[in-house]
Design a protein around this ligand. Structure first.
Ligand code: F6R
Ligand code: ZN
Length: 189
């Protein structure tokens, strides 16, 4: 019998705050990291603001393993465009993903390489299925933090470059406190 590569282990997810205990890997994204992603440039005085955090349970990045993480996006906008993640295709394009929302209100914006958009709701208890081939970005449209738990194949990888170059076909903007979906005039897909 071959020896399993990974020993079983347990992580505790704080269902209210999204924190993982023990916290093994934390990535913080500032608005400065998001320069060029929003429709307008991020003002200098906001560049150091942390807009979202990703806490991951790391495993070796090989086929057959799973990764999971929680993402917390702070509420707010950049010139009316709601706070959001960078968004990505998976580097292995066909890899799917599950998002379970724990707190807040959001929109999961997705798009195919051909530019077909899809928008799904995110709120406590929603389980969003992101099929392979769809770029995905989460947008916080609520007044408090948007917190969600994600599970995905460990070999999925990240293709951020395509989104940095092309954007998403739609934007989610604040229209009198309500989210409005608009075509993205800068989309280059
Ligand atoms: C992993 C995944 C999420 C995101 C996280 C941050 O495949 O989709 O865990 O990585 O929500 O978003 P990005 O990676 O777009 O900055
Ligand atoms: Zn993903």
């Amino acid at each position: 019998m071959s020896v399993p590569a990974l020993a079983p282990f347990t992580t505790v997810l704080d269902l209210a705050a999204g924190a993982l205990e023990p916290q093994r890997k934390l990535v913080e994204r500032t608005l400065g990291d998001m320069q060029g992603i929003y429709a307008v440039p991020v003002p200098d005085q906001r560049e150091r603001e942390v807009v979202y955090r990703v806490s991951e349970v790391p495993t070796p990045l090989v086929e057959g393993n799973l990764l999971c993480s929680t993402t917390t996006i702070e509420p707010g906008t950049v010139d009316g465009e709601f706070h959001m993640t960078k968004g990505h295709f998976h580097a292995k394009l066909d890899r799917a993903e599950i998002y379970l929302t724990l707190a807040g209100e959001g929109r999961l914006v997705m798009a195919t390489e051909a530019g077909e958009p899809a928008i799904e709701p995110m709120r406590r208890g929603t389980v969003n299925y992101v099929p392979g081939g769809w770029a995905h970005r989460s947008v916080n449209v609520g007044a408090g933090p948007l917190v969600f738990f994600a599970v995905f194949p460990a070999d999925a990888g990240y293709d951020y470059k395509t989104i940095e170059e092309q954007g998403f076909p739609v934007l989610v903007v604040d229209r009198d406190g309500e989210p409005e979906i608009l075509p993205n005039p800068r989309y280059r897909g």
